[in-house]
Write a protein that binds this ligand. Structure first.
Ligand code: UDP
Ligand code: MG
Length: 318
């Protein structure tokens, strides 16, 4: 099979028939063999009935329906595990992404050798309250991930080589960072294509402004797990040692000041009068806790089945 189109959806009943017809038109015009995988993320409207109806008239339509709403990432991941096409396309169900982009995306994967091509909604039809934070978000994501050529990490329209989607796991809200996940799995031919974007025709957006807060937290998580995921002590141990060092200096200050006062005939003082006493106390406690966190992290890693999971590209055996 040439192409799998994975479509996560939550309450998009009005858009689905149009989307299916449009995808079918593009696929037939280009002679692609394809499947459309609708992942119904616990919709409370009639989306699933619409999908069932579509699958009766078009044998290329498949679907999965969650019993409840889990989020876009779980929906995408479920689609990824099922996708059989050589090239996997993801797109939103709300008709904001255009299926007319598919042939060129597929060509870039097949002929230009990209592992992943992400859409770039250069001209967006979204409110300003969304486009401005998005710019900041993408700038941060570029820096942290080291993928400097991407302008739009979270574009719903993306194309992947099949093996990419089988080697990444999208969970929580990590769909915003799929290029980063792919890079961490060793797929670094990541490209971008400017895509047309439309204003939402039916229904309303499923994500509020909390997406930006959560987005940054997830980026921090990815940065941390990628760098220290299997050696947490390198992170916590470093911070802990720094704390101890500060504590040690503070203790030396407290001690030497006390001695100086004792032998230079100054009036009697308590060590608790010195601010360094409190600095020493706090940093020693924090240092201990950081070290213990590191040890616990190491114990968890020791038991993780993933601690020796490597992405192997090729191997010679005799
Ligand atoms: N979506 C989903 N599960 C959710 C929220 C959203 O499957 O819990 C789908 C939604 O139906 C749409 C896509 O994810 O197909 C993108 O959502 P939306 O258009 O609301 O996001 P925006 O375009 O505002 O970023
Ligand atoms: Mg949308």
């Amino acid at each position: 099979m040439d192409i799998s189109v994975v479509v996560p959806l939550y309450n998009e009943e009005e858009s689905l028939p149009e989307l299916e017809a449009w995808i079918r038109r593009v696929m037939e015009a280009n002679g692609f063999s394809y499947e459309i995988l609708f992942i119904n993320d616990g919709s409370t409207d009639r989306s699933w009935e619409v999908i069932e109806r579509l699958s009766e008239s078009n044998p290329c339509v498949r679907g999965v329906s969650f019993r409840r709403n889990y989020g876009k990432s779980p929906a995408l991941n479920t689609g990824f595990t099922r996708a059989k096409g050589d090239v996997v396309i993801t797109m939103d169900a709300d008709l904001q992404d255009s299926p007319d982009e598919i042939p060129e995306l597929v060509r870039m994967i097949r002929e230009d050798g990209y592992d992943l091509v992400s859409g770039w909604k250069q001209k967006r039809y979204d409110p300003l309250s969304k486009t401005i934070p998005t710019k900041l978000f993408n700038a941060t994501a570029r820096r942290v991930s080291g993928i400097h050529n991407l302008h739009d990490f979270n574009c719903g329209l993306k194309a992947y080589r099949n093996k990419v989607v089988k080697h990444i796991e999208v969970y929580g809200d990590m769909h915003r960072y799929i290029p980063f996940l792919a890079k961490n799995a060793g797929f670094n031919r990541i490209g971008e294509k400017v895509v047309k974007h439309q204003a939402r025709k039916y229904g309303k957006t499923k994500f509020g402004l909390d997406r930006f807060v959560n987005g940054y937290l997830d980026l921090a998580t990815l940065w941390f797990t990628n760098k220290f995921g299997i050696k947490p002590m390198h992170f916590f141990g470093l911070l802990g040692s720094l704390m101890f060092l500060i504590g040690l200096l503070a203790v030396m200050m407290v001690g030497s000041m006390k001695l100086y006062h004792m032998y230079s005939g100054h009036p009697y003082t308590l060590v608790t009068d010195s601010p360094y006493f409190y600095i020493a106390l706090v940093t020693m406690i924090l240092g201990t806790q950081l070290f213990l966190t590191g040890f616990i992290g190491e114990l968890i890693v020791r038991n993780s089945p993933r601690r020796n999971n490597y992405e192997i590209e090729e191997e010679i055996t005799r």
